[in-house]
Write a protein that binds this ligand. Structure first.
Ligand SMILES: N[C@@H](CCC(=O)N[C@@H](CS)C(=O)NCC(=O)O)C(=O)O
Length: 203
């Protein structure tokens, strides 16, 4: 397996952490977003949307969505299970992974895209929208802190792909000065330490 990624981008990190948890070996090709390497014609042949990550299989087939890649890896390497083992747990993991994507990852990414100088001159930015999204992130951190008062992981009693999505989203906030206030959000901070301490978090 060959992973096209950028070491600083959060969606490729989701896949790297997932692969590390599975203990699956893979090769990598770095495609620098800062250098616009993902915009080249050569890379667009892998993904016409010019987005990372892309996973290329030995037979040349490619997957272009991080969750499609993770589901593929879950099927070829089922242990340790990260998507749920029975109908109820699978639904919980799906629900919480979607919550992590839509309620946490999306607003954090929009703060970055609409206010950070990295994107200035590369895309149209709406700073006012960034501020609205920043307020939404704060509200979602409060909500997650409440949720994590009575369980150690995002989707329940054990680590799943939902934790990977939430971790990558929240860590990506740092570049926009979004951080967990450990005094105000102790449950969220404790969860963040729990998942950050796993060796896979370094992937
Ligand atoms: N839905 C895609 C999102 C991919 C995505 O937005 N990737 C970012 C990096 S985290 C990217 O390639 N951005 C480049 C750009 O926006 O030009 C997935 O999860 O695979």
């Amino acid at each position: 397996m060959l992973l096209y990624h950028d070491l600083r981008a959060p969606n490729p990190r989701r896949v790297r952490i997932f692969l590390a948890e599975k203990g699956v070996a893979y090769d990598t090709i770095e495609v620098s977003i800062a250098a616009a390497a993902h915009q080249t014609q050569e890379f667009r042949r892998k993904n016409p949307l010019a987005l990372l990550p892309v996973l290329e299989l030995a037979d040349g087939k490619v997957l272009r969505e991080s969750m499609a890649i993770c589901r593929y890896v879950e099927d070829v390497q089922p242990e340790p299970n990260l998507f749920g083992v029975d109908p109820w747990e699978r639904a919980q993991v799906e629900q919480w992974n979607r919550h992590a994507e839509l309620e946490v990852f999306y607003p954090i990414a929009q703060v970055f895209r609409n206010s950070h100088t990295f994107w200035t001159g590369r895309i149209k930015q709406a700073p006012e929208f960034a501020e609205i999204m920043r307020e939404q992130v704060a509200a979602r951190f409060e909500w997650l802190d409440d949720e994590l008062a009575d369980r150690p992981y995002i989707a329940g009693s054990r680590f799943t792909v939902a934790d990977i999505t939430a971790l990558c989203a929240i860590d990506f906030g740092k570049v926009s000065d979004i951080r967990i206030d450990a005094t105000a959000r102790p449950n969220l901070a404790a969860w963040h330490k729990r998942v950050s301490d796993r060796p896979s978090a370094k992937a």
